[in-house]
Design a protein around this ligand. Structure first.
Ligand SMILES: [Zn+2]
Ligand SMILES: [Zn+2]
Length: 428
């Protein structure tokens, strides 16, 4: 029954108009492929950290202007937004690319190896597009050119959102996407699409997931306060080290005993624990910091509540106190199932049905979720691994050996362009 309904609902997608638009996209995407690769290599050679993407933003803004778009610069510090008005009335689709690089020193031997350095957290470091955001910018510039070339046939508008600081910025609380939303970028947008290049998926393939896809990330700090004493007389102390050890073990039960792991996974990791100064002194205080990954508001609320309860009650039982602070980071990236089932047709057409992979949830986070909280949004992964490569041994994102096979970039241009025209045709 469901399948029949699906067929009836989406048959109009395969209109003659749309087939013609897809043929136009295929042609321009092939023509533009070498330019996209050139742009990508240029951004790769001159990467910029979050909220410092000045050179990148200028190249983007000049390009969008040359295509006849209305362009706004300096959005959310260094972001660029361009609007392409179609020849016919219709909704506004948003497309997003993040522009920032990371404080990583590149080890790849490439003609376009990064030459930039910076000071990060008081430390001199190389700067590298070690998450592949250079490919996102180049692909979206390509999409802008492809769609600008056929704007008269578009039944609606496209907003090109080039976002700074997806990776977060040292000492700044707000991610680029969150600030863009605060500045009103999503107000006139009806739906938004975005992609992430992925070094563990073969070039030519696309990965996606319906529903919760990437985790929400939050951090916590627990300070356990006891009573200091001589290490030789522990009975006169309230020992925060023993209490903290119990808390670390207690936190493990949140995932094994409280979270319904058949519905969605979750993570609570204590990443650092600090207390004491000498072998024979029981200190007064211990600090613990850690990260939390969850998939959805209800699960997030449960995990936060249990962290507070476990830390406070274990401390109480020892005669100590616990101060628990939870910092809220990025929400979960959730692809609405109805939108996902609709856009899948576009992805299959762009990459070939056999090249679409349904993925497991990812415990990494993505600030695209801030856009998704405003309007329906779909986020997917674009393959960037050498075909035939081994995902286990291929260097992962954020490492000095991170590498992208550029043969998949054209699939990125095609898939985002298809998503736009298919969405606009469907809403006609
Ligand atoms: Zn990253
Ligand atoms: Zn990234």
């Amino acid at each position: 029954m469901k399948k029949l309904l699906f067929t009836v609902l989406f048959l109009p997608l395969f209109s003659f108009g749309q087939t013609a638009l897809r043929t136009d996209i295929d042609q321009s995407a092939t023509q533009i492929e070498s330019k996209v690769i050139e742009w990508r290599r240029d951004f790769h050679k001159y990467p910029e950290l979050g909220n410092q993407e000045v050179r990148t933003a200028k190249i983007v803004a000049d390009h969008l202007r040359s295509l006849g778009m209305e362009v706004t610069e300096g959005v959310a510090v260094t972001g660029v937004v361009g609007v392409l008005k179609g020849g016919k009335p219709g909704p506004m689709v948003g497309l997003r690319a993040d522009m920032d690089a990371l404080p990583v020193t590149e080890r790849n031997d490439l003609p376009f190896k990064s030459v930039n350095t910076a000071v990060y957290n008081g430390q001199e470091t190389g700067v590298m597009h070690a998450c592949g955001h250079d490919t996102h910018v180049a692909i979206l510039m390509g999409v802008a050119e492809v769609l600008a070339g056929m704007k008269d046939q578009l039944s609606g508008s496209v907003k090109f959102i080039f976002q700074p600081a997806e990776e977060g910025v040292y000492d700044v609380d707000m991610a680029g996407a969150e600030l863009m939303v605060k500045e009103g970028v999503m107000e006139d947008v009806d739906a938004i699409f975005g992609l992430h290049i992925w070094s563990q998926i073969e070039a030519g393939k696309i990965g996606y997931r319906s529903g919760p896809f990437m985790a929400a990330v939050d951090n916590f700090k627990i300070t356990v306060k006891g009573t200091q004493a001589h290490g030789a007389a522990p009975w006169s102390s309230v020992d925060p080290i023993v209490t903290s050890s119990q808390i670390v073990m207690g936190l493990q039960t949140i995932l094994s005993r409280n979270v319904n792991i058949t519905a969605a996974p979750a993570v609570v990791t204590v990443g650092a624990i600090k207390g004491g100064i000498r072998n024979n002194i029981i200190p007064e205080e211990v600090d613990m910091i850690g990260t939390i990954r969850t998939f959805g508001d209800e699960q997030q609320e449960l995990v936060h509540r249990r962290i507070r309860e476990v830390a406070t009650h274990i401390s109480e039982s020892a005669g100590a106190t616990a101060d628990v602070r939870i910092g809220i980071g990025y929400p979960a990236t959730i692809n609405p199932p109805d939108l996902t089932s609709r856009v899948l047709i576009s992805l299959e057409a762009a990459a070939g049905k056999e090249n679409i992979i349904a993925m497991d949830p990812i415990t990494g986070a993505e600030d695209f979720s801030f856009f998704q909280r405003e309007k329906p949004g779909f986020f997917f992964f674009l393959g960037g691994m050498k075909p035939g490569g081994d995902p286990v041994t291929t260097p992962s994102h954020h490492t000095p050996d991170f590498f992208i096979d550029e043969s998949g970039l054209i699939i990125g241009v095609k898939s985002l362009s298809y998503l736009v025209v298919d969405y606009l045709e469907m809403k006609k």
